[in-house]
Structures are given as C-alpha cells and as structure tokens.
Design a protein around this ligand. Sequence first.
Ligand code: HEC
Length: 145
Amino acid sequence: MKLKTILSAMVIAGCGAGAVLAADDPVKVREGLMKGIGRSMGAIAGIAKGEKPYDAEVVKTALTTISTNIKAFPDQFPAGSDVNSEASPKIWENMDDFKAHAAKLGTDADTLLAQLPADQAGVGAAAGMLGKDCGACHELYRIKK
Ligand code: HEC
C-alpha cells in the first residue's frame, strides 16, 4: 500500500513521460495507462455536467486517449504481476474475458470518435456509455487495496 502510493506519486510526477519512465514495471505502466483514462473521463464528465463548456477538441483528445490506452492495457499483465497492484488474480484466470472487457471499451471509444458527440447532451450520453464499461471491468477485475 505504502509502496504503491509512492509509485503512484512517481507516475503522477512523471506526467507525460510517466509511461516511458515506468517502462520496466508492468504495474506502473498499466496504472499510468489507467490514470490517463481516468483523467480523460474526468474531462468528459466535466462537460457532461456542464462544469466545462463543450469543446470538440477536448472530447476528441479524451476519447483518443481512452481508445489508445485501453488497447495497450491488457498487454501489461505478465504472470505474477498482481503483486502491489489493484489487479485481481481473477484477471489471469479469465484472461480472455478480461481482454473482451478491454476491447468493449476500445470499440465504444472508437464508435464515439467516428461520430463525435456534438453537444453537452451527447457528451453526457457518451459518459454514461463509457462509464458502464469502466464499472463492468472494475467490478470483476479491480480490487481496492
Ligand atoms: C478491461 C478492464 C478495465 C476497464 C474497461 C477499465 N479499467 Fe480501470 N482499472 C482496471 C484494473 C485491473 C485496474 C487496476 C490496475 C493495477 O493496479 O494494476 C484499474 C485501475 C484504474 C484506476 C487507478 C489507476 C491507479 O493506480 O492510479 C483508474 C483511475 C481507472 N482504472 C479508471 C478507469 C476508467 C475511468 C475507466 C473507463 C473509462 C476504466 N478504468 C476502465 C481495469 C479496467
């Protein structure tokens, strides 16, 4: 837990370069990918709730990050890398299903990119659609430590 907090702080400090700095540790790489996805969902939720004005570029960038990161995500789970992470051992028992959950989010993000939500209501619907994908996978495969 403590170690994880420190590692997370390092990833945050690395910001854009985080994925590069952490290239040798799959836990740090995948947490960095998820952090990018989390930030992107934050941007989408901000617009959906009307806290931020609708901005097509922001929506596009967020969806692109979600799509790119979730596609790289399932490759960061070599055997034994559940240590010091929130990854459930169930991932390794059900790798195909886990990958299918990742693919679902990737497909949904790509669908939205192909037809970019055009206003606040559209972004709200997108947030609901993507949020379901996050929840479905976290419920099964992410454990809170
Ligand atoms: C395919 C399964 C899957 C999907 C889909 C998924 N996640 Fe995750 N997420 C995980 C797992 C597994 C972890 C824990 C990773 C670890 O600790 O090794 C995680 C961790 C996280 C974290 C914590 C990262 C950290 O350590 O700081 C955030 C934030 C997050 N997810 C956000 C999201 C959001 C937002 C979405 C939807 C847009 C999403 N996730 C979709 C599986 C998924």
